[in-house]
Write a protein that binds this ligand. Structure first.
Ligand code: 3H9
Length: 727
């Protein structure tokens, strides 16, 4: 609740109070409104400071409100800000820690803004599928100009106090006692005219080349959007501030805000926001959970293998200021790894310096490169990151089990291998856990944390806590081939291959999925990551089989449809970008710009002829349905097996590790938005037409959910739990 106190010189201090982040709920807004009204009519009050309780200004509107029946109850945020701005007593915002969204809009309604040097401000509504709906799109451009406001509002980025000062968002920065400083400022400005300080009556700063700037900004926004509505609506609202008087601009902002609020995209993004945060609150089928398991501190970690993954993991640990021992098998690999890690970290140190942060890579003890396994004797946790070869991994874990201290945790960075089999080779299976990082590991946020049969809750809590410190989004998942993310990719990739066998092209499939919202189509991704990676795994699984004459390799394995196309490409040395040829062609090995390859189209046509496949035109809808519904179908199977504890876990994995467009909420949320009965009917149709593709057979859980009337995503887990408890 907002409180009301009085400073020495009749300055009222109003504290926004709604822990932990002082979000603006109906109750908080009502209290803020009352306190501002009080201050306005109290003749002894000469000026007002607005701040947040517990050293945080405000994280903005309470996002839960947007889907709650309380929406529309109480005063609107816009009306409270209007009251603040129209006050004839100086209102000073004292910004500590953060002022985001509606929080910054409150501060923009104030006549002066003062911030602590560590504070961050921003209008991140776009990331929730919205736009700043309480005057932010009209006040910010009046304060800092249209180009800077467009950049902030269409990207939603957070801005540090120093930059906010440069841009003119805040008037002063202080190193300590922000509220005290704000009281002094309020005393100083008391009695001065407020007209020029009210952003609602300020003229937009004009630039001679404004039209060109606006056009350029629109092109940029459209290029990034890929069907995501909010950035363009943010653009339109800010553009309105250029042409319309303040009140009309506010009306336009409102209209666009309400449009976005009712769009499925805002619902999807808000779902994704809370889904991601819930991942920290993991629970195992055994009942053990984040509440009952405490993480152990990691004073020193080790990484084995400095290939692509190991390098990124080392860099992430160092960034998190965790001392690391980095181990390789020979001098050559060690030096290559050292060079790559130092290059990542050098870039990172520069970036951090620009934000007034420090990363001292040379700090003694922070990073130690070695060839000597005995250096791992004292570490608290090891992450093995060698290539995906069970025999090699087992050998390493056997060694670790004898060398590392008994309480050390042993993690394997694997994308598909069996954690139990690796754990069984050690004398401490309860300390063994899977950590599936995504490449490049120093950038990608997702971390699948895989528990095996014996993994202890303490090991999970420790890895989740370490992952968080490394800036990762940890998702706890069960052990099976491919875990959550890669297992679901299998039917998806099968469909894309089957579709090109039947008459589609990589270009058409990539375009369909890019228009759906993926940054890159699946064939382009495959060329980028290398076709040989999957080929090696398929060979190890014995899937690729013995080669018949190349033009007619069989399209089935044990009666189940199997497309040999990717294997044939690999046999021809077409690994993707690295060899300059894959599903596309590139100007040279390592080239990045894809070009359609006539060879591939002739090859596909020969292949279809050899197999007597009647080529047909495949629609964009069929491409999307077969690829995406088969992916979600596997998700339902994963849920029913308890590999993922909830649909939110699957969606968080896909959004953060597989490029699934966030504004579509993740595959499970998407299935619920399309309608479970529609997804079921389509799967049934495709399964009937393709009886040799078992992954198109609808999962029993999907069928049961449809029979139950398609409950919302939030109810699926309790349904699965009740089903499993009956077994
Ligand atoms: C808006 O303002 C619209 C306006 O224009 C007005 C229109 C009319 N609401 O993330 P954390 C919860 S839209 C509800 O773990 P951190 C969060 O779920 C809003 N709840 O902390 C978590 O709950 P729990 C614009 C919220 O330090 C707890 O607070 N604002 C909200 O890692 C702690 O959060 C934004 O988009 C919220 N607004 O990160 C800011 N914010 O403990 C959204 C947080 O139950 N928030 N919670 O799991 C964030 O980006 C991050 O929370 C922040 C802190 C960076 C602030």
């Amino acid at each position: 609740m907002a409180q009301y106190a009085r400073g020495a010189a009749a300055v009222a201090v109003i504290r926004i109070c709604n822990p932990p982040l002082n979000t603006l709920s109906v109750k908080t807004l009502l209290a803020l409104q009352q306190e501002v009204k009080h201050a306005n009519i109290d003749p002894t009050v000469k000026a007002v400071v607005i701040c947040g309780a517990n050293g945080k200004f405000s994280a903005g509107a309470d996002i839960k409100l947007f889907s709650s029946p309380d929406l529309g109850n109480g005063p609107s945020l816009a009306s409270v800000i209007d009251l603040i701005e129209k006050s004839d007593k100086p209102m000073v915002a004292a910004i500590e820690s953060l002022a985001l969204g509606g929080g910054l809009e409150v501060a923009l309604g104030c006549h002066y803004r003062i911030a602590h040097m560590q504070a961050r401000v921003g209008l991140p509504e776009v990331t929730l599928g919205l736009l700043p709906g309480a005057g932010g799109t009209q006040r910010l451009p009046r304060l800092i100009g249209v180009p800077a406001a467009l950049e902030i509002i269409t990207t939603g980025k957070h801005i540090r106090a120093a930059e906010a000062l440069k841009l003119g968002i805040i008037d002063e920065i202080v190193e300590e006692n922000t509220v005290e400083a704000a009281i002094h400022l309020a005393e100083r400005v008391s009695g001065q005219p407020l007209g020029p300080r009210r952003l609602c009556s300020k003229q937009i700063p004009r630039l001679p080349n404004m039209e060109a700037i606006i056009e350029e900004a629109l092109v940029k926004v459209k290029k990034q959007a890929r069907g995501f509505l909010a950035p363009e609506m943010c653009f339109q609202a800010v553009e309105a501030s250029l042409h319309l008087p303040f009140e009309e601009g506010i009306r336009k902002e409102r209209e666009l805000f309400l449009f976005l609020l009712s769009s499925g995209q805002a619902t999807a993004l808000q779902y994704a926001f809370f889904a991601q945060r819930n991942m920290e609150k993991w629970t195992l089928p055994s009942g053990a959970s984040w509440k009952t398991a405490a993480p152990r501190p990691i004073q020193r970690a080790a990484v084995i293998g400095l290939g692509t993954m190991g390098r990124g993991i080392v860099a992430s640990l160092v960034k998190a200021k965790v001392p690391v021992v980095a181990l390789e098998q020979d001098k050559n690999h060690l030096e290559q790894g050292r060079g790559a890690v130092m290059a990542f970290l050098g870039g990172e140190a520069l970036r951090m310096q620009q934000n007034n942060q420090m990363l001292d890579v040379q700090k003694p003890g922070l990073l130690h490169f070695t060839l000597d396994f005995s250096s791992l004797r004292d570490v608290d946790l090891v992450i093995e990151a060698v290539f995906e070869d069970m025999a090699v991994k087992k050998e390493i874990f056997h060694k670790l089990s004898t060398i590392c201290k008994p309480e050390a945790f042993l993690c394997t960075n694997t994308s598909c291998l069996d954690i139990n089999e690796i754990a069984a080779i050690t004398r401490r299976p309860h300390q063994v856990i899977g950590t599936h990082f995504f490449a490049p590991a120093h950038i990608m946020k997702l971390l699948e944390v895989i528990y095996g049969q014996h993994t202890s809750p303490t090991a999970i809590a420790t890895v989740m806590s370490l992952g968080k410190a490394m800036g990762k989004i940890g998702v706890v998942v069960g052990n099976c081939f491919g875990f959550v993310g890669n297992r679901m990719l299998i039917p998806y990739r099968d469909q894309m291959n089957f579709l090109i066998e039947e008459g589609s092209t990589p270009e058409e499939i990539d375009k369909a999925l890019e228009e759906f919202g993926f940054k890159m189509g699946p064939f382009l991704v495959s060329d980028l990551s290398g076709l040989d990676v999957g080929w090696r795994i398929r060979k190890e699984q014995g899937l690729t089989g013995a080669r018949l004459p190349l033009s007619t390799p069989p399209r089935h394995r044990n009666g189940i449809r199997y497309s040999p196309l990717p294997d044939i490409l690999c046999e021809k040395g077409r690994y993707g970008q690295k060899t300059g040829k894959g599903w596309y062609q590139y100007d040279k090995p390592g080239g990045r710009v894809p070009k359609s390859d006539p060879w591939l189209h002739y090859f596909l046509s020969d292949y279809r002829n050899a197999h007597n496949i009647m080529t047909r035109t495949i629609t964009q809808d069929e491409i999307l349905e077969r690829c995406l519904y088969s992916l979600a179908n596997e998700g339902f199977q994963i849920l029913s097996e308890g590999i993922a504890s909830c649909p939110e876990a699957i969606d968080t994995v896909y959004i953060n590790g597989y490029g699934w467009p966030r504004h579509r909420g993740g595959p499970m949320f998407y299935a619920s938005q399309v309608g479970l009965s529609t997804v079921l009917a389509k799967l049934q149709k495709y399964a009937e037409a393709n009886p040799d593709i078992p992954s198109l057979q609808p999962c029993p859980l999907l069928q049961k959910l449809v029979a139950l009337g398609s409950p919302p995503v939030s109810k699926w887990s309790s349904f699965v739990e009740s089903q499993n408890s009956k077994l």
